[in-house]
Design a protein around this ligand. Structure first.
Ligand SMILES: [Zn+2]
Length: 174
């Protein structure tokens, strides 16, 4: 029996000391076992995978040294394939590697997984807001401009730009 410290993930995450596979084992080559794929006996289709430990060690002989905290659930940021920008994090344009223009850009987009809204971008400025009037596009645009001007702090002259079917509004020095 070769005692080593290793990490287990089941039944819970922990550092354990216990038996380890023989590094020069001719059967498992130190891997400790095999993934054994099995099929449905009727259809023959893949039905699952069993872990088959090698006889060179006893997987279940270990003692917990240190329970480890659960892995934090990481929220996968949603990336909308159609959106040119994302607003899940508050990074500046420069941090995102975008070209930085001394002007503001207001465009509709997905601000969260299933929330459409407006994105205001500019130098060191990124803000998102849900749609103001989802049922009324014109009122929505007006409200978005008012909101953007409130964020910027001054009235702007917005120019409507349509590129490849996408609308956006730009203001500021060009
Ligand atoms: Zn082995």
């Amino acid at each position: 029996m070769r005692l080593r410290i290793r990490r287990i993930d089941w039944p819970r995450r922990a550092l354990v000391i216990g038996d380890t596979p023989r590094p020069d084992c001719p059967r498992c080559h130190g891997h400790g076992g095999w993934d054994h794929h099995y099929g449905d006996p009727v259809t023959g289709e893949y039905a699952g995978t069993d872990w088959e430990p090698c006889r060179c060690w006893d997987e279940d002989r270990y003692r917990v040294l240190l329970p480890l905290p659960r892995l934090p659930r990481r929220r996968t940021p949603y990336v909308d394939p159609w959106a040119t920008t994302g607003c899940s994090t508050a990074l500046s344009a420069a941090e995102r590697g975008w070209p930085v223009f001394p002007r503001y850009k207001l465009e509709p987009g997905w601000i969260d997984a299933d929330v459409s809204g407006w994105e205001l971008t500019g130098e060191h400025l990124i803000k998102c807001h849900e749609r103001f009037h989802p049922a009324d596009p014109n009122a929505d645009i007006e409200a978005a401009m008012d909101w953007a001007e409130g964020v910027i702090g001054s009235r702007q002259d917005w120019r409507h730009i349509r590129e490849q079917g996408f609308d956006r509004w730009e203001a500021g020095t060009s």
